[in-house]
Design a protein around this ligand. Sequence first.
Ligand SMILES: [Zn+2]
Length: 268
Amino acid sequence: MFVLVEEQVGDNNQVIKYYESSLLQKDGLTHAFTTRIGPGMGEYGFTLGTGRNPALDDIVSTNRKKIVNALSLDGKKTVIPKQEHTNNVKVISNLSESLELTDGVITDNPKIVLMLQFADCTPIILYAPDKKVIGVVHAGWKGTAGRIVCNAVKKFEENFNIKPVNILAGIGPTIGQCCYPVANDVYSKLKNSVNISSCQAFKIFDNDDKIHVDLKMINQLQLQEVGVENIDVSKFCTSCDNDLFFSYRAENGKTGRHSAIASIEGQK
Ligand SMILES: [Zn+2]
């Protein structure tokens, strides 16, 4: 279950709204799936933008600091990889590593905050409470077709000797099946990414003849295939719930980004 949290930040007591997964919350992980409701959204419609428009860089970086502060994680180093719709996952033990072409990051370093950006793609936070290791994954259709979340689970095993059954997963707000018709080549790549012949993740809707895809369900199935049992899935569709989240499709590409953020040993 995803739970709404409101925090007041800054001198004017502006409100930031974000969601936590009750599954991740239960074991004390400091994390957030942010919304578009927070300071900075007013003038530009951006809360936590891509940073690809240099004119907005300062605003975006200020807003990122505000959300990190709202989570009481100031003083830690925020790590933001350069997401490129790959299925590459990197384990970060120190801060000097290159994060080009990286769509998933994992760390056991309590001084690090992991932060990835989204507007329709699937945010996934992984947490192994026993060994205090976290991961954040960006799974759009390409990353999902490349089973990026399974790559992340494999790295938990290889690098920290953590069994999938001991990993908790929170799958955040994503464009829903209701709003995500795809072309046939995308459909076949996603279909091949799960080991089942048919499932509810692929459906034809009455109002058009295209196959609609449920990215959250595909990522959930992939996690289950590799042995992750405890999975919390958000009910939100970023397009239907566009007042709460950014949607690349609903806003024709001109939109901001919400974030998935995690840090172990937060001070909250
Ligand atoms: Zn929808």
